[in-house]
Design a protein around this ligand. Sequence first.
Ligand code: FBP
Length: 551
Amino acid sequence: MKKSALQQARAAYKPQLPIVLTGGVKVVEGQPTQSADNQEEIKSLFPNTYGLPELRFEKAPAEEAAQPINVGVILSGGQAPGGHNVISGLFDGIKKVNRKSRLYGFLMGPGGLVDHDYKELTSDIIDEYRNTGGFDIIGSGRTKLETKEQFDKGLEILRKLEINALVIIGGDDSNTNAAVLAEYYKEIGAGVQVIGVPKTIDGDLKNDVIETSFGFDTATKVYSEVIGNIQRDCNSSKKYWHFIKLMGRSASHIALECALQCQPNVCVISEEVESKNLTLDQVVEDIADAVVARAADGNNYGVVLIPEGLIEFIPAVKALIAELNDLLAAKADEFAAVDTDCQREWVISHLCEANAKTYESLPAGVARQLTLDRDPHGNVQVSLIETEKLLSEMVGKRLEQLATEGKYSGKYATMHHFFGYEGRCADPSNFDANYCYALGYTAACLIAAGKTGYMSSLRNLTFAPVNWIAGGIPITMMMNMERRHGEMKPVIRKALVELDGAPFIKFTKYRDEWKRQTCYTYPGPIQYFGPTEVCDQPSLTLIYEQKRRKY
Ligand code: FBP
């Protein structure tokens, strides 16, 4: 396959490992842990893997293990830059334990395990994918691993290939499944360990012990580059308001990071909308304010960032979605049998009065999207809702009204964008290339230490990689009980933007200035070669959250 000049140069990049992982390691155990909430329920659901201690690796003399370890790996859910480096770190890690160790990749996500669809990943294959973006080495998928039948079917192939451990690279839902699988295999004495790796561009798989998920850094840098380019274009022609929707599912971490990087005129943060109990009209009013104020200064242009999950956070819509989730779970067959043209009426007639009213008030396309298929984890597919168009149209209507009242006399022309898929498979930034390789290598060390039910962890991430702290975090420690598909389930708690957190506070300090004035910054493309302050900066979110100096 023909390789670009950058691909060739990047193939030679050697990810930096934390110093503790450069020889042999020994495990240091911390105190027993507790789940994030609902401790009694989680403990009873995970009797074999609850309460495990946090683990930290320390340097020890290197020696080859007597037995090879065979490992299976699964890429689960949406793509995130750096997945290939997790796999190459895992490969190098298990080969370091014993050179006869083997790595098998299950194809197209968790479904590959159940369907026995796999390929062995040899050094020739791995070398083709080092430091590249994408998940194409084995593909990814969103099959939810949840039933005993699936686990048992998976065990058949794991036994056949003499696999000792399975590594699941995924987001909060996939790591929840990793914990359930680890518990089940431990309970039945299957002799298969399960280790999770925190992946998602959305940045919502993080907590006190997991500093960030991989892929967030690269994806937000890609989006910030293009937002910066749009801002420059907008500031040159001075004739459009650009409405840019950004991926990120429920949480607004991506939008917030891009706002900190680019200083747009407006950035809506869903978590704030929810906490202030704002209606859609109030969100529109706030954007219209910016348009009016800038028009008064002669600036009929601007940039608005919108997180893709916004609609779910408008309290009235949130209540509607919760009822729809339960309704569609309970009456799935009845709903499916209703003629498409009559589905709207069917839904309205089955909702409580308040939710029926909200449903009727939404534009038909948006309302319909809320009733369409969830992903296998029960999430509304928010990336399919065109919130950027919805908001820009509503702002347009509000401006017409203000014009008739003599309060606005500017010009309002709009452009719409959705940035999501553009960033998910970019070549990983140096940060993600190093982080991912170290996550994979750490997973190999956890397996070699005989651990199961753990998530691979690196901390101290705002420092240079040599100083990162490697170890394992019990997955049950991150869990609580939540309602899914109409039932209470144990899940990893999703990290939303904290309104008292440092990144949001930083944003609120400057946003009024950015709203009226033109304060755009232009982050430019990711740089792989050059001075460290250009190439190796972690995300601003991570820097502000860790409240530490840049390195
Ligand atoms: P994960 O949560 O699996 O990492 O996926 C993230 C994401 O990119 C979201 O930001 C987006 O809403 C969703 O995937 C899109 O899903 P799909 O790839 O199935 O279109």
